[in-house]
Design a protein around this ligand. Structure first.
Ligand code: DWN
Length: 410
């Protein structure tokens, strides 16, 4: 079954939703196209967002079969220094809060190419990765990170606990929002965790998404868009308690939550964030409908800006063949007619085309080689890192376009 319409909220199980944003039928954002397939019709999947009227979890209205999305995965975290710095910060906090030593086991759910676990492995801590992407599990193993190539599940957690023993730390970065069955996920985590173990997860924060117009981070891989209120309701159904919560800047704004089996103290940050959410009315349907209107304005602003540049005979390239970039391009109707080429540091994306918009992807060196007049930064969450890297392009008169939170030409 490729697509399933949600009938009940994954947190509170109620069946009462209000749809507030329709992004249309869009290709899977990591479904890059091989040259030989670029003229074939690309599969498109509905991308609509609703809010549960009971627990206020914002979530996709339709779910795509996870095997279709994650069996062979081109996204790797190690292409961004910003992301790797964020990983090292998580590792340091884990080592500190978990009082880790060489006997400790750290398990990463959605371990990708082993980038996060390599920080633990590097100092002799035992590690284990779990990831459904066959291609990435192989790469992690080649890096010496033992990785189970599978989706997380309760039976798998039981086997791991039996064979490896309990984990002092379980991590999940940009994974919890990707998983439909949250109650099974947390049951599996409770099985993996030692009695004094800590679960550390990080995922994009709805407050930032709404207040900073980050509509392009809404895509088929991200099933849930978390805020504190529904998270507190989720905690009523699981046996873990929050001991710490940090509002981090990564990916435009994320929550990093530390959960333990022991009774935690409701971190004061939770009260502060709840107040912020109330102030911005992010669980009020009127706020969400205003956000949807801003998204439409951003769409026409960006399209108009690129058409005007084209009319002036100037050229535009895209920087970062990011999943979010594919949502932005397809939703805003931007294709290879307005964007000459894209560049990306991920080897597996180079030589492919962006899905739907059919833009060819080159290594980053193409920017200096072809010197487009403008560079549209699709990976806006790394705009600073990218503009620093491309100083030479800028000093030679190149200009950057940052699409979110507003269309800005730098
Ligand atoms: O949740 C997810 C996030 C964490 O990563 C996944 N579902 C999918 C993926 O989303 P994304 O592709 O939007 O992630 P990034 O990390 O924002 O993508 C950045 C892209 O830009 C990568 O393809 C790498 C590229 N890049 C580059 O070419 N040069 C990035 C930097 C920093 C650079 O200097």
């Amino acid at each position: 079954m490729q697509i399933k319409k949600i009938t009940q909220c994954r947190i509170c199980k109620q069946k009462n939703f209000t749809k507030f944003l329709l992004l249309g039928n869009i290709p899977l954002p990591n479904g890059f196209i091989k040259p030989e397939d670029v003229h074939k019709k690309v599969n498109r999947y509905p991308l609509n967002v609703c809010i549960c009227n009971h627990c206020k979890l914002v979530q996709l209205c339709e779910l795509v079969n996870p095997s279709v999305m994650f069996h062979n995965y081109v996204y790797i975290p190690s292409t961004s220094q910003t992301r790797m710095r964020n990983f090292s910060e998580i590792a340091l906090q884990a080592i500190d809060i978990g009082k880790l030593n060489q006997d400790s086991l750290v398990i990463d759910i959605g371990s990708n190419d082993g980038s996060l676990l390599s920080f633990f492995k590097g100092i002799g801590i035992k590690t284990l990765g779990i990831d459904p992407a066959e291609n990435l599990a192989k790469i992690a193993e080649l890096k010496g990170i033992e990785t189970i190539n599978d989706f997380i599940s309760v039976p798998l957690a039981r086997t791991i606990r039996k064979v490896k023993g309990p984990a002092k730390i379980v991590t999940a970065t940009n994974v919890v929002a990707h998983i439909h069955n949250l109650r099974e996920l947390f049951e599996a985590i409770e099985i993996l965790l030692d009695d004094d173990g800590i679960f550390i997860c990080e995922f994009p924060y709805l407050l930032d998404l709404i207040t900073k117009n980050q509509f392009d981070t809404i895509y088929h891989e991200h099933l849930s868009y978390f805020s504190i209120k529904p998270l507190l309701i989720l905690l009523e159904f699981i046996k873990l308690r929050p001991v710490k919560i940090i509002h981090t800047p990564i990916d435009g704004g994320s929550l990093r939550i530390f959960l333990s089996k022991k009774m935690g103290t409701l971190d004061s940050t939770i009260a502060k964030l709840l107040k912020e959410e109330e102030k911005n009315g992010i669980d009020d349907i009127k706020t969400l409908q205003k956000f949807a209107k801003r998204v439409q304005i951003l769409k026409s602003e960006l399209h108009k800006t690129l058409v005007q540049i084209k009319r002036r005979g100037k050229t535009v390239a895209a920087y970062g063949a990011a999943a979010k970039g594919n949502i932005l391009l397809n939703f805003c109707g931007i294709s290879n007619k307005l964007i000459e080429f894209a560049v990306d540091s991920t080897p597996y994306k180079q030589g492919l085309y962006t899905p739907g918009s059919k833009i060819p992807i080159f290594p980053e060196s193409e920017i200096v080689k072809r010197r487009p007049d403008y560079v549209l930064i699709l990976a806006w969450n790394f705009a600073e890192e990218i503009m620093n890297k491309q100083k030479q392009y800028k000093t030679r008169g190149g200009r950057f376009i940052i699409p979110v939170p507003q269309v800005t030409v730098v």
